[in-house]
Design a protein around this ligand. Structure first.
Ligand code: SF4
Length: 520
């Protein structure tokens, strides 16, 4: 039976598509000569909803026995865009691939599967991926057996999935941020089927524990403490692509950190779109981020970091716990986005300039040596010269030492997308340049204040420019270069800062790590 598809879903343009079949497993259509099996497609309305249903935690093994040999003799390649959450999702997907027998490659000519783990936060990130998919068409013609997949935040956008179906029919599978654990089944279908498979969940699922992870760096590890975000800042696509805030159980987080400490990892970064909201969704206990940090502080591991914070949920209890120090390092990344209360209101950030400055001061007063870094957006709709000036003055007053800076990028589906994007691009670019000049100045000034100080550095590796020069980071996440030895990698050394550069400082070692001498 063939039927016009107009009524399929208004988010998708299926003009010219034919429905081939429709059953429990979804629908199969033929579009531009390619059969497409749609298990589920992204639905913006559902992504916007925040249900009250209880989040379940599943402790399952994601790779069934019958798929453990699917990848024997085959290689995989994952391109990752965007934030640490995406990097960590890639670690999980690497773990799944390797449990299926695949091995990693950086060479697209020998890969059996190539995955794009995408970011939707800014337009240029999306343009990059579409550019890549265009190039991939040629490779697919040369190697039709290659499996090409798109996942991550872009896959959660209906307009993106539609564009791939219409223009990139050589893509074999599209899945989202909520069903990474389904990768083995999607690969199985892609391997044995000729159809493009689309399986994007618009309703965030439960929390899947015990997923394998393949971490490439044996020194530092990311640990998710929560997923999603309910803040709905007006410019941000994340609440739609990552779903509602849901916290992992503290016992699971603590067990993972303990296990990583046993494996010899030296630094853990606790991850979440907004870690300060940790525990707000628990119904059976009153246990928040400060409590978790207090418990993790007791684990024998040199350094604990966390990102990303939101000023709205940054509470007194957390400040008290962080003030105890120990392995809880003194670097706090606290995105402000704008220094103008008016602009913050239009962004729906739900705090004022004054509240941010007050919080920054409390953090710097209560937590010894605390350093603050931030995120800033310039050129948000309606931003006046005076309001931009307020951002510059706030950076100084809050004692910001460095920042990630962005030009506002309208995201379809976000409330800000409907606001008049009335700041001319030249003005946006000029403001970004002025802001970046200030960030360079503040970074250099902070590094100059470190000259002569003795600080602890975690040795991370050789500096990019000179083999004998090692590089590492201070507890406050500042980059340090110093003469040293590769066998010190992973060790803590005491250095005295000798010179300041804009983006790093030079130092001399004043006490070598104990272990190294044994090696010597
Ligand atoms: S806090 Fe705001 S900017 Fe951050 S992920 Fe959530 S909605 Fe986006």
């Amino acid at each position: 039976m063939t039927k016009e598809t107009k009524d399929f879903s208004k988010y998708f343009d299926f003009s010219g598509a034919k429905v081939i079949s429709e059953d429990q497993s979804g629908k199969t259509i033929r579009l531009n000569g390619r059969d497409i099996h749609i298990v589920s497609e992204p639905d913006y309305r559902q992504e916007k909803q925040r249900g009250k249903e209880e989040i379940q935690v599943h402790y399952e093994n994601a790779v069934p026995d019958e798929l453990k040999s699917l990848g024997l003799g085959k290689k995989y390649l994952i391109y990752t865009y965007g934030c640490q959450m995406n990097e960590h999702d890639t670690e999980v997907m690497r773990g799944l691939f390797e449990e299926m027998g695949y091995t990693a490659t950086e060479d697209r000519m020998e890969a059996a599967v190539i995955l794009y783990n995408t970011c939707a936060v800014r337009e240029n990130a999306e343009d990059k991926v579409f550019g890549e998919l265009g190039h991939m068409k040629v490779l697919k013609q040369q190697r039709p057996e290659l499996i090409l997949g798109v996942c991550g935040c872009m896959s959660q956008e209906a307009s993106v999935v539609n564009r791939i179906m219409q223009k990139h029919a050589h893509v074999d599978m599209i899945f989202g941020t909520h069903n990474i654990h389904r990768l083995p089944y999607l690969l199985q279908e892609a391997h044995f089927g000729k159809e493009m498979v689309i399986d994007v969940w618009s309703k965030e699922g439960d929390i899947i524990e015990n997923l394998p992870k393949k971490r490439t760096d044996g020194l530092r590890a990311w640990v998710n403490i929560m997923y999603g975000c309910d803040k709905f800042c007006t410019y941000c696509i994340v609440p739609y692509t990552r779903g509602k805030e849901r916290s992992r159980l503290p016992e699971d987080v603590i067990a993972e950190v303990r296990d990583l400490a046993r494996q010899g990892f030296k630094e853990i970064t606790l991850l979440g779109q907004n870690v300060n909201a940790y525990g707000k969704d628990f119904t059976d206990r009153s246990y928040r981020f400060g409590d978790l940090m207090g418990d993790i502080q007791k684990i024998d591991i040199p350094r604990i970091r966390f990102t990303t914070s939101h000023p709205r949920d940054f509470d007194e209890h957390l400040i008290e716990v962080l003030a105890k120090g120990g392995n809880l390092v003194e670097h706090i990344h606290l995105p402000v986005q704008s220094g103008s209360t008016e602009v913050l209101k239009r962004m729906s950030r739900k705090y004022t300039r004054e509240r941010y400055l007050e919080l920054a001061e409390r953090i710097r007063n209560e937590i010894p040596n605390a350093t603050l870094t931030t995120d800033v957006i310039v050129g948000f709709p309606g931003e006046t010269e005076e309001q931009f000036e307020e951002t510059l003055t706030l950076m100084r007053e809050a004692g910001i030492t460095s920042a990630y800076t962005y030009i506002y990028s309208p995201r379809e589906g976000t409330p800000a997308f409907d606001m008049a994007d009335d700041v001319p691009i030249e003005v946006k670019q000029k403001r970004l340049a002025r802001l970046n000049a200030l960030v360079s100045e503040l970074s250099l000034k902070h590094h100059q204040e470190l000259v002569g100080q003795v600080i602890e550095v975690m040795v991370e590796g050789e500096s990019k420019n000179k083999a004998s020069v090692m590089s590492g980071r201070s507890r406050t996440n500042k980059l340090i270069h110093f003469e040293g030895k590769t066998e010190w990698i992973g060790q803590l050394v005491q250095v005295r800062v000798t010179a300041a550069q804009t983006w790093y400082v030079k130092a001399e070692v004043i006490s070598e790590p104990a272990v190294a001498s044994n090696a010597g």
